[in-house]
Ligand binder design. Structure first.
Ligand code: CP3
Length: 343
């Protein structure tokens, strides 16, 4: 049986070269992205226009031949679908009308979610037909904790203090918001699989601000419930978790959530992770995204160090966080060739 290269590690194989994709592989560092992005009136319209979303998903595949495509969308489509006003302001990032009371949670509209996100499923359906046959299609969502941070804070660039305060002071009230997100996110991911997604990633970008017990309650537990629901619907679709900056809590996250793979930020020593996390869980990561900006010999030696671990166990090459806009596109090409032993 021939299996797509990207899926081999999830079948337990340590393949060389490891499959490679990069978080934010579609984005502002690419001139062809900026060109097409300028045609959409807003970032949300862009995400909800299948023709444009499909095109920008394909752009990095044409340049670099990544082993996987990631659906072009955003983790904040879920709050938008729940009826919370969301805007993306140029130079400022996302701005939401913050939710800070039980009444505001009760006003969310879970019944709206799947209908509102229908254009995303159309994008996935078209991508499943248009990506090269050897490429895998990754669907994704934000993990409940990280999405709740944006919903409660109303914008990025905070230390998540309002969300943390609410979670500590009124856990059952805050837990109601998390429950709504668990349900909406599970439905959303299952619908992505039905439309053609072959792998899922759950982004918990703000996992690292939580204390150990709060991490168990608000990152591990909700993720575990989503993984259970997804596995019930589609037992064979691998799920990758990304508990960014969760450090020493990562092995417990892997064990308790049941994820098939874990994406590691660049602060995690790979030799430690390789000892602490069983080989049945694929490791993904974890080149510092600044090395992709810097390029040259520094980037090459960062890549080589990761490849030494990748040889020893099922592994997917990625960055520790998304590609930043200042990244020279030629550095991405050089990285992919180096990973594949071509340069
Ligand atoms: O190529 C891909 O990775 C697929 C698309 C994708 C986007 N966002 C597109 C995007 C994915 C997987 C995301 C995930 C996402 N979105 C996360 C989790 C990963 C992470 O980076 O921690 C988070 C926290 C968000 C929320 C978000 N979206 C922020 C904070 C911002 C503003 C910061 C920025 O980079 O502008 C966005 C906007 C966004 N999402 C852009 C893109 C390409 C840039 C917007 C633009 O083109 O105008």
């Amino acid at each position: 049986m021939t299996q797509k290269w990207f899926l081999r590690p999830f079948g337990g194989d340590a393949v060389m070269p490891p499959p490679v994709w990069m978080m934010r592989q579609a984005g502002r560092y690419l001139p062809e992205y900026r060109e097409i992005r300028s045609k959409a009136p807003s970032f949300l319209d862009f995400c909800y226009t299948p023709e444009l979303a499909v095109e920008v998903t394909l752009q990095p595949l044409r340049r670099y031949g990544f082993d996987a495509a990631i659906l072009f969308a955003d983790i904040l489509l879920i709050p938008d679908a729940l009826g919370q006003p969301v805007q993306f302001k140029t130079g400022e990032g996302p701005v939401l009308e913050p939710i800070r009371s039980a009444a505001a949670v009760a006003a969310l509209q879970p019944d709206r979610v799947l209908g509102h996100l229908a254009p995303v499923f159309e994008t996935v359906r078209q991508l499943a037909k248009k990506i090269p046959p050897e490429t895998s299609l990754i669907g994704f969502a934000g993990a409940p904790w990280t999405v709740s941070v944006y919903m409660v804070e109303g914008h990025g660039g905070t230390d998540c203090e309002r969300a943390r305060d609410w979670a500590y002071s009124a856990p059952s009230e805050f837990g109601h918001l998390i429950d709504i997100l668990v349900e909406a996110t599970s439905d959303y991911l299952i619908a992505q699989i039905e439309a053609g997604a072959e792998v899922l990633q759950l982004f918990d970008s703000w996992a690292g601000v939580l204390s150990a017990d709060a991490f168990r309650a608000w990152s591990i537990e909700p993720t575990k419930r989503i993984v259970e629901r997804v596995k019930k619907a589609a037992p064979d679709v691998p799920v990758i978790g990304f508990p960014r900056n969760a450090g020493a809590m990562i092995p417990e996250y892997v064990e308790k959530t049941g994820v098939d793979g874990v994406s590691l930020d660049h602060s995690v020593p790979l030799e430690w992770a390789a000892g602490a996390i069983p080989k049945s869980c694929v490791l993904q990561g974890n080149l510092d995204n600044r090395l992709l900006v810097v390029g040259g010999a520094a980037m090459d030696s960062g890549i080589d160090a990761i490849l030494k671990i990748a040889e020893t166990r099922p592994f997917v090459f990625n960055l520790g966080h998304g590609i930043v806009p200042q990244t020279p596109p030629e550095n991405v090409g050089r990285a992919v060739r180096r990973i594949r032993g071509e340069g």
